[in-house]
Design a protein around this ligand. Structure first.
Ligand code: BGC
Length: 412
């Protein structure tokens, strides 16, 4: 039998308290988040960038075949998508490419050259003739100051990317230059979108009533239509950078060791890229205090969000499970608080049913994650709709909208 004052139990109790998001935290979070939304919309100093996207919602009648390029994590994807013209689509083919680590952190031009060359290989592999013209939607899942439907400057990298010479530049222009250098002139980059916007567009193509787009994966973010500004323009909140919430010593340690210190604090507490690292830092702390024998083998980021998800779903490992549960349940509650903040921004009385298009491994795969989120949102009329791979498909839809492709012919 364990002694009553078992030091591990005492440590875990304290840890739970540090990571707990109670009703007061939830309420304070919403107040602070909405203040930051208001400031961001007025272009005042705010941790929420509240970026206008130049995207119109689809009618559902857009038709034709488009290419989509989806860049936002350690992989990027190329897809050929067929829009039926009647609220359904088919992914005709898809290829996933791993981005070599040195390209994520090296010269930005090389990163875009690599992407362009893989696009070329995609055309060849899928036997898509270069004699035809292809419209392409580019999902670029980083904070971008959009300047038009197919132009925008990268504000700063997130999620471990550091490639030089991209921040401050137009990423569509960089992609076009790279395509030109490789003599790929059959592709026209017609749309640039954040993954949240792509996700919202994908569900909006299928369902008329979709309200918000949310990503809970490697990174996290959301977009919604801002009724108070120009006719429902879709705002990319860039909520990953929100910083007015109660953090812990482990969040501070993680942030201090990161190369984007002080930035993306909400993302660092919530998203899949960081949960494993928070877990590792907790175990390292326990090892230092002599409560466990060994910390996690390997250095920073040697534990992934997926590893945590495995621990949560496997039998045994009660201590690891408990810590994983503390970290992931805070993530789900913080994510729910952010969703609530956006939904209550426009509808304070919580009356309207809101459909939220959502994608990302945490929401989709982490055991118990969506249940925790939903239980935290039980007094709001919200329905989540998983938009699997919506980010890329959405870019194809935006490209179709940009081309005004209602009932027009195929592009592939
Ligand atoms: C980026 C967002 C993106 C989110 C989810 C964040 O790191 O800043 O633009 O939507 O990740 O991929």
């Amino acid at each position: 039998m364990k002694p009553k004052n078992d030091p591990i139990d005492i440590y875990l109790k304290d840890l739970s308290e540090q990571f707990e998001i109670g009703p007061k935290d939830h309420k304070d979070f919403i107040t602070a988040f909405q203040q930051e939304m208001a400031r961001g919309l007025k272009k005042e100093q705010s941790s929420l960038k509240m970026i206008s996207s130049f995207v119109k919602r689809p009618t559902g009648r857009e038709k034709g075949r488009y290419l989509a390029l989806d860049l936002g994590g350690t992989n990027f994807r190329v897809m050929a998508v067929e829009l039926s013209g009647s609220r359904s689509f088919k992914v005709l083919s898809t290829s996933k490419y791993v981005i070599p680590k040195e390209l994520m952190t090296g010269d930005g031009k090389l990163l875009f050259d690599f992407i362009a060359s893989q696009l070329g290989s995609f055309l060849d592999e899928k036997r898509l003739s270069r004699a035809q013209a292809y419209g392409l939607g580019f999902t670029f899942s980083f904070p971008v100051a959009q300047t038009g439907v197919n132009s925008g400057r990268l504000i700063h990298w997130t999620k471990g990317f550091k490639a030089k010479g991209v921040e401050g530049n137009d990423v569509v222009a960089m992609l076009k230059d790279a395509l030109q250098d490789q003599k790929i002139d059959c592709i026209s980059v017609d749309a640039l979108a954040n993954d949240t916007v792509g996700t919202l567009m994908t569900k909006s193509y299928e369902l008329t009533e979709c309200y918000m787009g949310v990503i809970l994966g490697t990174g996290t973010n959301a977009c919604y239509p801002e009724e108070k500004s120009r006719e429902g323009v879709i705002i990319n909140t860039e909520w990953g950078n929100f910083n007015k919430f109660r953090s812990t010593i482990f969040d501070e340690r993680l942030d201090q060791a990161s190369h984007n210190k002080g930035e993306q604090l909400f993302e660092k507490a919530v998203s899949g890229m960081y949960l494993g690292e928070i877990f590792r830092l907790i175990l390292a702390d326990m090892a230092e205090k002599g409560l466990v024998q060994e910390a996690v083998n390997g250095g920073a980021y040697s534990m992934s969000g997926e590893d945590l998800s495995q621990i949560a779903s496997r039998e045994g490992l009660p201590l690891f499970k408990k810590i994983a549960g503390i970290v992931s349940s805070r993530s789900a509650k913080l994510a729910a608080s952010a969703v609530a903040s956006v939904l209550l921004w426009e509808d304070k009385n919580k009356k309207k049913e809101r459909i939220v298009a959502i994608d990302g491994s945490l929401y989709e795969k982490y055991p118990g994650y969506r249940e925790t989120m939903c239980s935290f949102l039980k007094d709001i009329n919200v329905r989540f709709e998983l938009a699997k791979d919506g980010s890329g498909i959405g870019a194809a839809i935006i490209a179709a909208v940009a081309r005004g492709a209602n009932d027009k012919g195929a592009k592939i």
